[in-house]
Design a protein around this ligand. Structure first.
Ligand SMILES: C[S@@+](CC[C@H](N)C(=O)[O-])C[C@H]1O[C@@H](n2cnc3c(N)ncnc32)[C@H](O)[C@@H]1O
Length: 312
């Protein structure tokens, strides 16, 4: 069960210098908490006098309010649940969403391999539900700058709600802008950019002009045809190093005594992560020495053509 978060959530009481979104102390009214059952977890917002109903009986919210994290509460039929504040990962997958979010396994890879650092200037499009914005803001911190572009007003509003709910208010490093990236891109210079949209190849030119030399571009796409198109667009542009692509697979395991096997739960395909590094101004990527596979750019290929590739 997932509830819409309450707008009256108390502010995080963590160190304001890091703005982590982490809260401490006893559980309070208005806080969103995760209830961990034997195989599932649920998200509720603590409300004085309310009862959380399950098929195994109810739990009065008052049994949780004023208790520390890690408290065990039982339903009226005796089923135990453990209460914790949701971590960023749990918050991201249970928050309200309009657009499909980047899942934590991919977001964590993106943070490392796009080399997101405290103080970084990062461009992101589209903001969607704000899932990646949350991870980016936490990594760059209040001294960084995140320019998030979103062309749908309803999605931008949802992303703002999710981000402000998590951090307990507006994040000082966040600049959420409404509009199509190609049309409304600002004058900012950025160290890193992440494009999570249907047609990232349409924005490769625009973001190139805003990058510092050596900056990383990351494109997140759902299908192999999108992956091929964006990689060949990056090669054809010439102002980037050879792009790379990866799919991140995380497989949960079950280990109990002699019963050790891959877990039944697990997420299937989510997306592909494409990375490319920005070259210095005016520099063109060295031609690849390795020939593409026969037929790769043959007569049936109608996409962007990297320099030096001959039509067979
Ligand atoms: C898959 S969602 C992004 C999800 C987001 N990364 C997250 O983790 O919550 C793709 C978003 O890109 C937006 N979009 C697509 N093309 C765009 C463009 N050219 N400029 C700005 N936003 C764009 C769409 O409206 C949509 O909300």
């Amino acid at each position: 069960m997932t509830e819409t978060p309450s707008p009256s959530l108390p502010a995080p009481d963590g160190d304001p210098a890091t703005l982590s979104g982490v809260r401490h102390g006893l559980l309070q009214v208005g806080e969103r908490i995760a209830l961990h059952g034997s195989s599932k977890r649920y998200s509720i917002t603590l409300t004085a006098g309310a009862v959380w109903h399950t098929t195994k009986g109810g739990i009065p919210h008052d049994d949780l309010i004023g208790q520390p994290e890690g408290t065990v509460v039982k339903t009226t039929s005796g089923f135990p649940f453990v209460a914790f504040r949701p971590l960023l990962e749990e918050y991201t997958v249970s928050m309200p969403r309009g657009a499909t979010v980047i899942y934590p396994k991919d977001a964590s890879y993106i943070l490392m391999f796009t080399d997101i650092f405290p103080g970084a200037r990062v461009l992101e499009a589209g903001a969607g539900s704000g899932a990646l914005s949350l991870s980016l803001l936490r990594a760059i911190g209040p001294t960084g700058r995140l320019y998030s572009y979103e062309r749908r007003e309803d999605f931008a509003a949802g992303a703002r709600r999710n981000v402000e709910q998590f951090f307990g208010g507006p994040h000082p490093a966040w600049d959420l802008r409404l509009g199509d990236l190609n049309q409304v891109i600002g004058p900012e210079t950025v160290d890193r950019a992440i494009l999570d949209m249907l047609a990232p190849w349409e924005c490769v030119d625009a973001v190139h002009d805003h990058f510092v030399p050596g900056g990383w571009l990351c494109c997140y796409v759902a299908t192999t045809t999108q992956m091929g198109r964006v990689m060949d667009t990056i090669r054809a542009h010439g102002g980037w190093m050879e792009p790379t692509a990866v799919e991140v697979n995380a497989r949960p395991w079950h280990a109990e005594g002699l019963a050790i096997r891959p877990g039944h739960a697990g997420r299937g395909h989510t997306g592909f992560i494409v990375h490319a590094r920005r070259l210095a101004d005016g520099v063109k990527a060295p031609l690849r020495r390795r020939r593409p596979a026969p037929g790769a750019y043959g007569p049936d290929y109608h996409g962007p053509r990297p320099p030096g590739v001959v039509t067979e």
